[in-house]
Design a protein. Structure first.
Length: 404
């Protein structure tokens, strides 16, 4: 079943907070749900499908749905890390096409920054060392007995991918730095962005090494907050567009794929986007060269470079050359990306950046991005996410959206 044209995104909202000291996680879910409903011109009684991943507290979708007072015909709690909200848009389109629901709500929310600050303060008061992570490893995960002895921290896993790319293709730290530079050029226009100062390649290279070859400025921010999307039947979207005077944002193509850890025998030079991307392009019946704006998951600069190659925007091994000299900067380069500042500068709520990627793509297609970064006459956009870790098991999700 093709999902090309099966559903439209009619509501999108990003929480403005980046540190939620006085808001619970479920309250953040409620805030973003209301924001998306207001954006769409709908009420919660219109929602009959709900989608949320592992960031939902308590019993997950059941807890949040009860808190919101939703009467539902369909729920989906597919969990695949930061790419989950992108995948949920596809699953919502599937559910709508199958008649399981008419209007689907997708939410994401969390407060890791506030929780970490509270844990550090408590540790300091108690004279003990602060925790490096808030969530302990799952003791039932079958791979941990084989992997934990080697200390696989997130930044180390991405650094391994970056180092391998450098070894195989001659990619440089300077080239990776251009990705951060582009993000910072966009973030300066976003009043909610955590890091609004423009940086240079030299600034990135002079920031402290976190895990060689990745520097501090190669890494995303840690933020609280969240976002929400509303996906609806095309006929509902047409009526809402008529009422609010906005263009429709139609789902054209979708793709999702996992890549396994393969017992450590893994090729680090490609990601699961090499599978999810072609699926989405085939369903949308467009090519990478047709895309005018790209929202690319940017947990680290290397994450962006890998997706650019695996999605077909450039040949494998040419990502470093592709991003140089501002080629990702709106109004300057060939492929504007993450015009809100992305996870590198703006927001990475709940350590899951997928939903903000779709939200900014919707803004671009509606013509509602900041005027300094708005892509002229943007009618075709892509959102791509990586959930998990590039050097290990992860899931990629790709979404192609069209302005109608």
């Amino acid at each position: 079943m093709s999902l090309n044209g099966a559903a439209c995104i009619v509501g999108a909202y990003e929480h403005p907070t980046r540190k939620a000291d006085d808001l619970s996680v479920v309250r953040l879910h409620a805030d973003v749900a209301k924001g998306a409903l207001d954006d769409a011109g709908l009420s919660k009684s219109d929602i009959d499908g709900y989608f949320c991943a592992g960031d939902a507290p308590g019993l997950g979708t059941a807890t949040v749905a009860e808190y919101l007072g939703l009467k539902l015909r369909h729920i989906d709690s597919t969990e695949c890390g930061g790419s989950a909200p992108i995948l949920h848009v596809a699953h919502a389109a599937e559910a709508i096409a199958a008649g399981r629901c008419n209007v689907a709500l997708i939410t994401l929310a969390g407060r890791p920054r506030a929780q970490m600050a509270a844990a550090q303060a408590a540790a300091k008061a108690g004279g003990v060392k602060a925790p490096l992570a808030l969530k302990p490893p799952d003791p039932d995960a079958p791979e941990l007995a084989f992997e934990l002895p080697y200390g696989p921290a997130t930044q180390n896993l991405y650094a391994a991918v970056a180092r391998r790319h450098m070894h195989e293709f001659g990619t440089t730290s300077e080239q990776l730095a251009w990705i951060k530079v582009a993000a910072s050029h966009h973030a300066q226009h976003n009043p909610n962005a955590m890091l609004r100062d423009r940086v240079t390649v030299e600034d990135v290279l002079n920031s402290p090494l976190v895990s060689d070859p990745l520097h501090r400025l190669d890494c995303c921010v840690m933020s609280d907050g969240g976002g929400a999307l509303i996906v609806a039947r095309p006929e509902i979207a047409r009526e809402l567009a008529r009422q609010n005077g906005r263009p429709m944002v139609r789902v054209r193509g979708t793709g999702e794929a996992p890549k396994h850890g393969m017992g450590g025998q893994i090729d680090l030079t490609w990601s699961a986007a090499a599978w999810s991307g072609p699926m989405a392009f085939a369903e949308a019946r467009v090519k990478p060269g047709d895309i005018q704006y790209a929202s690319l998951y940017d947990s680290f600069t290397i994450t962006v470079l890998m997706q650019l190659e695996d999605l077909g925007f450039c040949d494998k091994g040419q990502g470093g050359r592709f991003v140089m000299d501002g080629n990702l900067i709106s109004g300057v380069g060939k492929l504007p990306f993450n015009t809100d500042g992305g996870g590198l500068c703006n927001n990475h709520p709940a350590n899951r950046g997928g939903i903000t990627k779709v939200i900014e793509a919707v803004r671009q297609l509606r013509g509602e991005a900041h005027p300094e970064v708005q892509v002229p006459n943007c009618h075709l956009a892509l959102a791509s996410g990586i959930g998990g870790a590039l050097a290990s098991r992860h899931t990629a999700a790709t979404l192609i959206l069209e302005r109608v």
